[in-house]
Design a protein around this ligand. Structure first.
Ligand code: P1T
Length: 384
């Protein structure tokens, strides 16, 4: 059976993988080496120096490419390192259109690092694709989409954004961290590059920091490989190994994350101390129909606003949680709660974040795969 014909649940385990050649090891060994013996200058077995290529990293890069349905994968030391590589495709004077609701670290990288190199960023709501058209001009080189968005769980129509990008001859990049390829395949919907903070669901166990790119076209992949090797923000072999191990259970974990998040979203929605709940599975979510069309299920993330939207109430709820841990990050097997205003989105100016709904009373939950009843009990007692 050809690997390309495998279904997703088999690809997570076998995609791009084969037994290690010299020993038959079923799991890829952790090639903890910086360099490789050469028999004559430049004559080697495909590996010369681990910044350029490392077999464990390669195994992960092949896996991520196969999951996203493309030929090219690249792995970096963090999600932000992967994003950094993508933006280095641009030149001074180029413009990028990004969703205005996105991970605070991505916003900080765009505005505080790359703006000073002459790249112009437009942060715009992307809920309605036609609202983006007015920002497109001859300098537009890249459209940056995060969907579902962090933390407001907005849904962006990838197909519609792809049509806009193609018209503008710009690249469409989708940060697929929240959905993962289990739920959403951006390249099938027209994206050129898919980006992941593999620190989250792909790794899945909150024990590794890593970023990946899956790239459709060889020419773009070659440029990104040149940047990866030249800038050097690669991941280490141990981290590549841990991420590969995480990926092997991605489909099983994601199904359970989705189930538990649905239960949590419905519980919060009917709670007297909760003002609003943000989860794309609700039929009255503004882009529910698009979520339904482009995603297999609605993911493990749920955000909500405490009644009255006061900082002290949100802080009190967070401090009262017993099973759910107050921490940055998401996508691990354990449930985490975060306060975007003071944590993940603190680097976005108040006026900017409030436009998207990131206010003092907002709490973000990464719903883990514990027993649903225990999670609901913890939320109930914390809200009390
Ligand atoms: O943390 P790192 O692996 O560098 O990934 C950055 C990143 C990129 N894109 C999205 C959608 C993300 O959520 C993140 C990281 N986010 C968190 C740490 C967080 O708690 O939201």
């Amino acid at each position: 059976m050809k690997k390309k014909e495998l279904k997703f649940n088999s690809l997570t385990i076998h995609g791009g993988q084969s037994f290690e050649e010299t020993t038959g090891a079923v799991m890829p060994p952790i090639f903890q080496t910086s360099t490789y013996a050469q028999t004559s200058p430049g004559v080697h077995k495909g590996y010369a120096y681990s910044r350029s290529a490392n077999p464990t990293r390669h195994a992960l890069e092949r896996s991520i490419a196969s999951l996203e349905g493309v030929d090219y994968g690249l792995a970096f030391g963090s999600g932000l390192a992967a994003i950094d590589a993508v933006i280095k495709l641009l030149q001074p004077g180029d413009e990028l259109i990004s969703t205005n609701d996105l991970y605070g670290g991505t916003y900080r990288l765009f505005t505080q690092i790359f703006e000073k190199y002459g790249i112009k960023f437009h942060f715009v709501p992307m809920g309605q694709a036609q609202d983006v058209t007015q920002y497109i001009n001859a300098h537009t080189k890249l459209i940056w989409v995060e969907t579902p968005t962090n933390p407001m769980m907005n849904i962006i129509d990838i197909k519609a954004m792809s049509a806009l990008a193609k018209n503008a001859k710009a690249l469409l990049v989708v940060d697929n961290t929240f959905a993962t390829p289990y739920l959403q395949k951006p390249v099938e919907l027209g994206a050129d590059i898919v980006m992941h903070s593999a620190t989250k669901y792909l790794g899945g166990h909150s024990d590794v920091l890593l970023g990946c790119l899956a790239v459709k076209d060889k020419e773009v992949a070659d440029q990104l490989y040149f940047i990866q090797n030249s800038s050097g923000a690669v991941c280490g072999p141990m981290d590549a190994f841990l991420t590969l191990r995480g990926i092997k259970t991605l489909h099983v974990r994601m199904a359970r994350h989705c189930e538990n998040a649905k239960a949590v979203a419905n519980f919060l929605r009917h709670h007297a101390k909760v003002e609003a709940v943000y989860w794309p599975g609700f039929e009255d979510h503004p882009n529910h129909a698009i979520a339904k069309a482009q995603m297999k299920d609605y993911g493990g993330m749920v955000s909500f606003r405490v009644k009255g939207d006061r900082l002290e109430d949100a802080v009190k709820v967070l401090a009262n949680l017993k099973l759910i841990t107050l921490a940055e990050s998401l996508g691990g097997v354990e449930s985490l709660a975060g306060h975007p205003v003071t944590m993940t989105h603190a680097s976005i100016p108040k006026a900017e974040r409030e436009k998207t709904g990131v206010t003092d009373g907002l709490i973000r939950l990464s719903v883990g795969i514990e027993d649903e009843a225990d999670l609901l009990k913890d939320l109930e007692q914390a809200l009390k």
